[in-house]
Design a protein around this ligand. Structure first.
Ligand code: ATP
Ligand code: MG
Length: 139
């Protein structure tokens, strides 16, 4: 069993596709082990995306991520990191496979609806960034 962090980004919340995204997870057999809606502060966004701090898009990304509420979730299931990434589609939605969340709902390479951890180590950091042990259910 594996866990990953999923975020429905401000564009996804604004587009009213929270339910659509969650439906895709549940249809795939992925369990939601924790969930909440929050709005990131600038410091919160910069800390979350610290690995990207030297990238040219960093300030734009953190501005975007603080621009409205987000839904953060812990997803649980076998091989869930890779399964979630597959449901999300490529970072650049123009390259994403047909039927993926980003292909269907992204606006551009930045406003791409969802985030998903990319490895067990990043998943552990990202889950701990938003949730404590009491907020995560065993599914
Ligand atoms: P995420 O980490 O959000 O799940 P990802 O792993 O597919 O997405 P990363 O390379 O980690 O993509 O980039 C993090 C986020 O930064 C992207 O999801 C996107 O919102 C934004 N981003 C990435 N590349 C660019 C770019 N070239 N221009 C603008 N924004 C970008
Ligand atoms: Mg990433």
């Amino acid at each position: 069993m594996e866990r990953t962090l999923s975020i429905i980004k401000p564009d996804g919340v604004a587009k009213n596709v929270i339910g659509e995204v969650i439906k895709r997870f549940e249809t795939d057999g992925i369990k939601i082990a924790a969930m909440k809606m929050i709005q990131l502060t600038e410091a919160g966004a910069k800390g979350f995306y610290a690995v990207h701090k030297d990238r040219p898009f960093f300030n734009s990304l953190t501005d975007f991520m603080t621009s409205g509420p987000i839904v953060v979730m812990v997803l649980e299931g076998e091989n869930v990191i890779a399964r979630n990434r597959k449901l999300m589609g490529a970072t650049n939605f123009e390259e994403a496979e047909v039927g993926t969340i980003r292909k269907d709902y992204a606006t551009n390479i930045e406003k791409n609806v969802v985030h998903g951890s990319d490895a067990p180590e990043t998943a552990a950091f990202e889950i701990g960034y938003f949730f404590n042990a009491f907020e995560i259910q065993e599914r």
